[in-house]
Design a protein around this ligand. Structure first.
Ligand SMILES: [Zn+2]
Length: 296
């Protein structure tokens, strides 16, 4: 994280690989997107200040997020997140069969932890105090509000640390990863997921890519850039894959309509009419990377 909070912060080095060779890509909602020539990651050149980011997360993001997740556990988004949690935990078991403790960085309202707590002694951290309160009250799982670095000194080492769709959100992904490494036990593993700009879907949709959502998303990693960052942080990569993601049909219809514009504007209404909207399906657009690494 930058130590000076200027009104206009400019990013001149690729957050993934630190190269200063980049080219302009496009502007989205006033955010300037650059592409790194060295690793193919994209990033917001003019990200909001830390104060502004905190505001954004309090006001917009989590109001929407809580509304989606907080109702009943049958809520579609929650159900899809739980399905994803089950398969990610199966992967974790393969790489860390003896693990006992687990930390979820960016735990949100706890969809992942709600499943993980069946097998691990769990703990969550999230920037949103509202979200961590939900985790403590509803799941009875230890959860801390704030950023990971300020919390780290009070946390015990963990066997598994998850960062699910987190590195694209933070202004300083490599710093967060460094902190994560210091929190791992000797045989510990980290599991992280994020979008992949190397994917065909990203290349074809560009500005309209469903993960192209500044300023919530600030870095758009390529597989290459992600691996370089992880290795620079003293971790060695053991697994990289593009795994299917459980998604809700209603949610997907809205995303597709948003990307395609007028020709498909009727799609969300149609799917909600025929009750399809409540169904979950596995999709694999091959644009989300799952990575497992451990300390070198
Ligand atoms: Zn780069």
């Amino acid at each position: 994280m930058t130590h000076h909070d200027h009104q206009h912060r400019m990013i001149s080095h690729c957050p993934a690989c630190r190269s200063d060779r980049w080219s302009r890509r496009f502007t989205k909602n006033g955010w300037r997107i650059r592409a790194c020539r060295a690793c193919g990651s994209w990033f917001v050149a003019n990200p909001p200040t830390d104060d502004r980011l905190r505001e954004i997360y309090r006001q917009e993001y989590f109001t929407e997020y809580l509304a989606q997740h907080a109702q009943e556990e049958e809520a579609a988004a929650w159900r899809a997140a739980v399905a994803n949690a089950r398969r990610r935990l199966a992967l974790i078991r393969r790489y860390a069969p003896r693990a006992r403790t687990l930390l979820d960085v960016g735990c949100g309202t706890g969809a992942f932890l709600s499943v993980a707590r069946e097998a691990y002694e769990c703990c969550g951290v999230d920037v949103s105090a509202e979200a961590t309160a939900v985790v403590r009250d509803r799941l009875n799982v230890e959860a801390h509000a704030g950023d990971l670095r300020s919390r780290a000194p009070s946390l015990n080492p963990k066997d598994v640390i998850c960062m699910l769709d987190v590195v694209e959100h933070v202004p300083d992904p490599a710093d967060v990863l460094e902190t994560v490494r210091t929190l791992l036990t000797r045989r510990g593993i980290i599991l992280l997921t994020t979008g992949d700009t190397d994917s065909l879907v990203c290349r074809m949709t560009g500005r309209a890519w469903h993960l192209m959502t500044p300023p919530e998303h600030l870095t758009f990693f390529s597989k290459t850039g992600l691996i370089r960052m992880v290795e620079r942080c003293g971790l060695s990569v053991e697994h990289v894959s593009h795994r299917p993601v459980a998604a809700n049909i209603g949610y997907m219809a809205e995303k597709i309509a948003a990307v395609m514009g007028p020709p498909l504007r009727w799609l969300p209404r149609l799917t909600s009419l025929c009750a399809l909207a409540k169904k979950d399906v596995d999709v694999n657009l091959l644009d989300v990377v799952t990575l497992i690494a451990r300390p070198r």
